[in-house]
Design a protein around this ligand. Structure first.
Ligand SMILES: Cc1cc2nc3c(=O)[nH]c(=O)nc-3n(C[C@H](O)[C@H](O)[C@H](O)COP(=O)(O)OP(=O)(O)OC[C@H]3O[C@@H](n4cnc5c(N)ncnc54)[C@H](O)[C@@H]3O)c2cc1C
Ligand code: HEM
Length: 409
């Protein structure tokens, strides 16, 4: 990435005002979203309305714009973060023409929230900064669109798939096997990547886009996703897309998908691999596991945690793979056991995963570690691996099934 040229005065103004914006960042972006959706209700077909309701997305965008602005004279340091977001944007089909809409509404929101403090000089400087940041995103995303379309079996936009098989994997997780309706070939994605589904649900005012990790190895003649049914409770309604898929999406039905994306994937090389999942977080790791199970030269250990046996997906399958492959190790931890688990050689821990149990497994210190699950799980695993097993940070890779979140404790 070449460093964009930015005017000295702009740089000074942006840096001088970043702290004020940081203080009121969430307020500004919350106002920005309301404003933007009022002016452009068509964008409600793209943005995740649940993230809006529970306040997850405003924080993620606010933090990124500020982080980018503070580092505007050395944007290359943010490239990994930009790429991660750009994968999500590409998967959601965010296009260059969307950026001026965000820019215009963000700047107007700044003015409306900050009042007199937002002088013309300040707004002009932030406009220039936003345009520089937006150009970086647009150029990174342009390459990603080209790659997704031009690879073998790749495509542009959404492609129609047919559900060829629907398999319950646990009381709450069901797999959907998908083949392109056009009969064409599939691209070789990286194990760990996800697709976006566009759900047009009867009775809903807008479309709903959701990401699902591909849960089988890349070299199959289908894509598989494994979806947890998110049931509501208390004030929370049922999850919109996951319950729709479970209840109404059956063999023969169609789904619209964008091409695989994401930067959480199995790194090439010869290092051993340790995979650690919490609940439905096993899906991207299962894709890595199935890839490695076919490669006897690379030892793989899969540690799966779940609340209980009936909520644990793909256990019999993983046990069978471990039974017949000497380079595969498998260990399971349930919050609570029943008698049946006492006879299962792979179910080895009751309660929460902890440092003592992980140490007892004698995991390879030279391995790459991949983990995925709910936030408290990610935070605990990150702390244990870093602080108690002393695994260097550059060998830890994780994914959270929501907008970027901090897992450092
Ligand atoms: C990269 C990535 C990969 C993913 N891979 C998978 C995967 O392999 N398998 C999988 O199952 N999921 C995966 N997800 C999660 C998935 O994208 C969806 O977020 C998930 O299915 C829930 O979507 P939904 O529409 O059913 O629920 P939503 O309607 O989005 O609701 C989400 C949750 O919020 C609660 N909620 C809704 N409204 C409120 C409210 N007003 N107050 C309080 N709570 C509320 C709901 O009860 C529900 O539990 C992945 C996500 C990402 C980002
Ligand atoms: C420079 C400008 C932008 C920045 C800094 C930015 C930043 C972000 C960040 C940090 C995330 C969360 C990533 C994650 O899920 O981990 C995100 C997601 C997202 N962005 Fe952007 N973004 C920008 C422009 C846009 C534009 C122009 C659009 C479309 C109008 C857009 C639409 C989305 C959507 C739909 C999501 C998914 C999250 C959700 O639906 O709640 N973004 N962006």
């Amino acid at each position: 990435m070449s460093q964009p040229v930015i005017n000295e005065n702009t740089l000074e103004t942006v840096k001088a005002t970043a702290a004020v914006l940081e203080e009121r960042g969430t307020e500004i972006t919350s106002h920005f979203y309301k404003r933007m959706f009022n002016n452009h209700p068509e964008l409600l077909n793209i943005f995740n309305q649940t993230n809006q309701k529970i306040g997850r997305q405003p924080k993620a965008l606010a933090n990124t714009v500020l982080a980018a602005a503070k580092n505007i004279d050395q944007l290359e340091t943010l490239l990994p973060v930009v790429k991660n977001i750009a994968h999500k944007h590409r998967s959601l089909q965010i296009k260059p023409e969307h950026y001026p809409i965000v820019g215009e509404n963000l700047l107007a929101a700044m003015q409306e929230v900050l009042g007199e403090a937002a002088t013309d000089e300040v707004i002009t400087a932030w406009e220039e900064a936003y345009n520089v940041i937006a150009d970086v995103f647009i150029s990174v995303e342009k390459e990603m669109y080209q790659e997704a379309e031009e690879q073998d079996g790749g495509w542009e936009g959404f492609r129609t798939f047919t559900v060829v098989k629907k398999v319950p994997e646990s009381d709450v997780i069901t797999s959907f096997y998908l083949r392109p309706a056009d009969g064409g070939s599939l691209p070789l994605f990286e194990p760990g990547q996800y697709i976006t589904i566009k759900a047009d649900i009867p009775g809903e005012d807008y479309l709903h886009l959701r990401q699902y990790s591909l849960s089988d190895a890349p070299n199959r003649d289908y894509f598989r996703i494994s979806v947890k049914r998110e049931e509501g409770g208390g004030q929370a309604p049922d999850g919109i897309v996951s319950t729709f898929l479970h209840r109404h999406m059956n063999e023969g039905d169609s789904l619209e998908l964008t091409a695989p994306a994401g930067d959480f994937y199995l790194q090439e090389g010869s290092r051993p691999v340790v995979l650690i999942s919490g609940g439905v977080g096993l899906t991207p790791l299962m894709s890595m596991f199935n890839t490695l199970a076919e490669d006897p030269s690379r030892p793989v250990t899969f540690i799966q945690t779940a609340q209980s046996r009936n909520l644990h997906a793909l256990h019999e399958y993983t046990s069978r793979v471990a039974d017949i492959n000497p380079h595969v190790s498998y260990h399971v931890c349930y919050d609570t056991w029943t008698e049946a688990e006492e006879k299962d050689p792979y179910v080895q821990k009751e309660g929460y995963l902890d440092a003592e149990w992980l140490q007892s497994l004698k995991l390879d210190e030279e391995a790459d570690y991949y983990f995925c699950g709910p936030l408290p799980f990610l935070r605990a695993v990150n702390r244990i691996l870093k602080k108690e097993l002393h695994i260097p940070a550059d060998r830890l890779h994780f994914e959270f099934f929501g907008p970027a979140a901090d897992i450092e404790e």
